[in-house]
Ligand binder design. Structure first.
Ligand code: GAL
Length: 330
């Protein structure tokens, strides 16, 4: 009898010890790694979660929203404590939030907002401001002329926010009759081919364009090819976003005017920190703003981005270690 008692006590002790030592499990669902920046997001996020004593599980949906929902279910089945999501589709990802909540797993929307659901937290850049930075820069150089706008896909809420930022700056100039919008299209994917197709179609009908604003650098790179085909490279103002290495090289070469540098490290670390705090049963810090996702005011962190132009490359992306000097200039 005494032996059974000791054995039981031992079992309880082992269960308690292993239970207490279990690392928090953080799921990170990503859209795709097509774009250079996401590899950095992934690496930095995993690094920070592990540094804080957690385990990160990452899955990539390769731009398939249904696959992302299945991946969410698989992660929930693996008993994750918190789910961080870069949604493929702003609406369809609401299903992920529902699945997670049914299993008491809180969800953080990363970079892109998940719309119309009871999302717990949102960590991103101020995307309207990013759009304003782009339009502001180009309109300072060319306050009059013909502008083309190439947005990302409608499945990504950031595409709308950027467009909103562009129009905040452009609308007064359009109303004055100084600026005319000659192209205003959303692409199907954040890919160069899409922007090439859109810009190439326009350039076949007219060579009149003074400035082009793109949702990101991948789109801008497609525009550069279309401009080259039309023998117009380097003669049109061009804004992108993400500070991709090739975009920064294009800026040096004079084929792109600016890109936007988003603080990827701060973003990934903020999300990892928040996830680990939530997993520990605490409230995440620095959620000092709320963003309306159509259903609720979601507590959020919105970081600031900055412009990279030909003059400040060394003072921005290089001095912050985002890329090496030799990578850019060789
Ligand atoms: C957006 C993001 C951009 C860009 C794009 C393509 O949601 O805000 O920085 O990377 O996705 O992946």
């Amino acid at each position: 009898m005494k032996r059974i008692g000791i054995a039981l006590l031992w079992i309880i002790f082992v269960i308690l010890i292993t239970g207490c030592n279990q690392k928090p499990k953080i799921g990170f669902l990503m859209d795709s790694l097509n774009n250079e920046r996401w590899k950095k997001d992934k690496e930095l996020f995993v690094q920070k979660v592990e540094e804080l004593g957690g385990t990160a599980i990452v899955e990539i949906a390769n731009t398939d929203p249904e696959k992302q929902i299945l991946q969410a279910q698989e992660m929930i089945d693996q008993d994750i404590d918190v789910l961080v999501v870069v949604p493929v589709d702003l609406q369809k990802a609401a299903e992920i939030v529902k699945l997670a909540h049914r299993n008491y797993v809180p969800v953080i929307s990363y970079d892109r907002l998940i719309k119309d659901c009871n999302l717990d937290y949102y960590i991103s850049t101020d995307n309207i401001h990013v759009g304003e930075l782009q339009a502001n820069y180009l309109t300072k150089i060319s306050p009059q002329g013909k502008y083309a706008l190439i947005s990302g896909p409608k499945s990504d809420y950031n595409a709308y926010l950027l467009h909103l930022g562009w129009m905040n700056i452009l609308q007064p100039l359009i109303d004055k009759g100084d600026i005319e919008i000659v192209v205003d299209e959303f692409s199907n994917f954040w890919l160069p081919d899409e922007a090439f197709r859109i810009m190439n179609a326009y350039l076949k009908t007219s060579d009149q364009v003074d400035a082009i604003i793109c949702g990101n650098d991948a789109l801008a790179s497609g525009v550069i090819i279309a401009l080259k085909d039309a023998h117009k490279e380097g003669t049109v103002l061009l804004a992108g976003q993400d500070a991709n290495i090739q975009a920064v090289r294009n800026i040096v070469a004079g084929n792109q005017t600016i890109t936007i540098y988003k603080p990827i490290e701060a973003l990934a670390f903020a999300a990892a920190n928040a996830a680990m705090k939530i997993a520990d049963g605490e409230a995440p810090s620095n959620m000092n703003i709320t963003v309306n996702n159509g259903k609720r005011l979601v507590p959020a962190i919105l970081l600031e981005a900055s412009v990279v132009n030909r003059q400040n490359i060394k003072m921005t992306v290089i001095s912050e270690g985002f890329m090496g000097e030799s990578e850019v200039f060789n």
